[in-house]
Write a protein that binds this ligand. Structure first.
Ligand code: SF4
Length: 249
């Protein structure tokens, strides 16, 4: 166990990957819901872990089940309890992202600590203090200067940092069934990973305890995907993905 006074909360997406490249933090903690997109797991294995090891850093993945959680994966709880992740109630973020990190820090005597969260300049309004008095949040991307000398790196700046390192740009982080995905992302999931898309459909059908709440909109996923006009891969539409509460795009 490395003694730490600060760590980066690594989410697997563009922002925290750029922050990692810029800061080379001694410790990264990744809260793994068990339902992250397969590309995210692959990216971590192919790029993140080797890079962190190359400068002697420590990559730690934490899961709710490591700290008394009954279920190994977020979707296991959702199926067992007939619920779904929903935008109006972020139980999933709390239980599978925030709490496991806090529990890990507490169990290992690492509190108090400085938690670095990779919020970019375009979403600076999300930068808030921690509600835990033993954790102080720091937002390193907001402290960096961009190429024009202005304070704060936005998403494009983060993409540039990743490209300059010669790495592919990671997909948006998050669970494959995340309700904060955009329509093109759902369409891509259905086309590229139909088995996972079907799990999301089943999750929604099974979520009877949330009544008429659905994963993506005000109607069942498959019905919603058939409605409206959308151009798959349209960057404008893709940017409509709502930032989830999991702190990394
Ligand atoms: S990525 Fe989405 S579904 Fe997964 S924990 Fe975060 S908000 Fe919930």
């Amino acid at each position: 166990m490395t003694s730490i006074s600060e760590f980066i909360s690594y989410g697997g997406g563009v922002n925290s990957t750029a922050a990692l490249l810029l800061l080379k933090p001694k410790v990264l903690i990744f809260a793994d819901t068990g339902g992250e997109h397969p590309e995210t797991y692959r990216y971590i294995e192919e790029h993140i872990k080797p890079f962190v090891a190359s400068y002697g850093g420590q990559f730690t993945a934490v899961r709710a089940s490591d700290f008394g959680g009954k279920y190994r994966r977020l979707q296991d709880q959702a199926f067992a309890e007939h619920i779904i992740p929903v935008r109006v109630n972020r139980w999933c973020t709390d239980k599978y992202k925030i709490r496991p990190i806090r529990a890990y820090l507490k169990r290992n005597g690492l509190l108090p600590v400085l938690q670095m969260i990779a919020i970019d300049a375009g979403e600076a309004h999300r930068a808030r203090d921690s509600r835990n008095d033993q954790i102080r949040n720091r937002f390193p991307l907001l402290e960096q200067r961009n190429r024009s000398g202005e304070l704060g790196l936005d998403r494009e700046d983060c993409i540039e940092v990743i490209r300059c390192a010669g790495w592919p740009v990671p997909r948006k982080s998050g669970c494959f069934f995340c309700p904060f995905q955009s329509k093109p992302q759902w369409i891509a999931l259905k086309r590229e990973l139909p088995d996972l898309f079907q799990i999301a459909v089943q999750l929604e059908r099974n979520g009877s305890n949330y009544g008429r709440l659905y994963l993506a909109a005000d109607k069942p996923l498959e019905q919603w995907l058939k409605s409206g006009r959308i151009r798959e891969g349209d960057p404008e539409q893709l940017s409509l993905a709502t930032p989830c509460a999991c702190y990394d795009g």
